[in-house]
Design a protein around this ligand. Structure first.
Ligand code: ZN
Length: 308
């Protein structure tokens, strides 16, 4: 049995995971509002203790702990170097957990863990070269080349959301103009839905947004799309076009066997996957939706011992 920890800015998910990669027991603990590193470490340690004791599984049966962290992570030394949304600054999280629980520990970036999870136990199981694209507020990436996670210099590889695809585009959170995530993330899509619906409050999208307290969410567009709404179709087609451009850049740089689309929006399945497959055409790269959903990071973390 392994423990997989998925550390995020809102919660930390902790799972006890069998050697066949199924989750036996899990817990979720709040991290939002924690401002001190010590408080964050305590939350993770107590969360592990609580999850194990609630599961009834003896601690001796656990032989590995893996953790995915946001931001920059030095996987070799187990140091969480920096994260924008958590108090992590050169925090030796790996050594701290190892000393506390007397188990081997590995940590890595959260997007890398999600990519690794799909690679070990999910949709890209039999592929040695895979790029996983996580669509959410931003666009994250995990790149696996020859069966290994690509970390790059100072662990900064795989920031695919920040490849520029429009030099006349919008300002990105990273400071540059026209990054992929400014136009192709889930947030970019919901922003576009809200902007266009503002001028057409009586449209289907306008009414859906009004019913949802004035905001679009990840599902708003797809509800209207299923009803064959014209405005929804036009917003969706533009968004898919932006996704395609980035996909092709990834294909040209890495030529992976598979690109895995993960993140909540991948639940829309064929609606997103089929147009992307059509755009890629006869290229040998296969486009698939992730199979592990929101658990990819946790499962991936629990299998980081297979990285060597
Ligand atoms: Zn950027």
């Amino acid at each position: 049995m392994k423990i997989g920890v998925d550390l995020g800015g809102t919660t930390v998910g902790i799972g006890i995971i069998d050697d066949d990669h199924s989750i036996k027991s899990s817990g979720s603990f709040r991290t939002a509002g924690i401002t001190e590193t010590s408080g964050l470490i305590e939350t993770v340690i107590n969360g592990i203790d609580e999850t194990v004791s609630r599961s009834g599984i003896p601690f001796e049966c656990i032989d590995f702990i893996g953790m995915g962290c946001p931001g920059e992570v030095d996987a070799v030394s187990g140091i969480a170097c920096h994260a924008d949304n958590l108090p992590l600054e050169n925090t030796p999280f790996g050594p701290i957990l190892s000393e506390r629980f007397h188990k081997p520990v590995r940590i890595d970036n959260d997007a890398n863990c999600a990519a690794w999870g799909e690679h070990i136990a999910g949709v890209s199981k039999n592929c040695s070269n895979v790029v996983t694209v996580t669509l959410g507020t931003g666009i994250g990436g995990g790149v696996i080349i020859d069966g290994k996670i690509l970390h790059g210099n100072e662990n900064h590889a795989g920031e695919i959301g920040h490849m520029v695809i429009d030099i006349h585009g919008k300002r990105c959170g990273c400071g540059r103009i026209g990054c992929w995530e400014t136009v192709a993330s889930t947030r970019a899509l919901t922003n576009e839905v809200e902007t266009q619906a503002k001028y057409a409050p009586n449209s289907r999208l306008g009414r859906l947004i009004a019913e949802n307290g004035g905001h679009a969410n990840g599902k708003t567009l797809f509800i209207a799309l299923n009803e064959d709404d014209n405005m929804a179709r036009s917003i969706f087609n533009d968004w898919i076009r932006f996704l395609e451009v980035g996909m092709w850049n990834i294909i040209n740089i890495f030529r992976p066997e598979m690109i895995v689309i993960s993140g909540g929006i991948s639940n829309e399945g064929d609606t997103i996957i089929l147009p992307l497959r059509a755009a890629v055409g006869k290229c040998s790269t296969i486009i698939e939706a992730g199979k592990l959903g929101g658990k990819a990071g946790m499962i991936g973390a629990s299998t980081l011992y297979l990285c060597d």
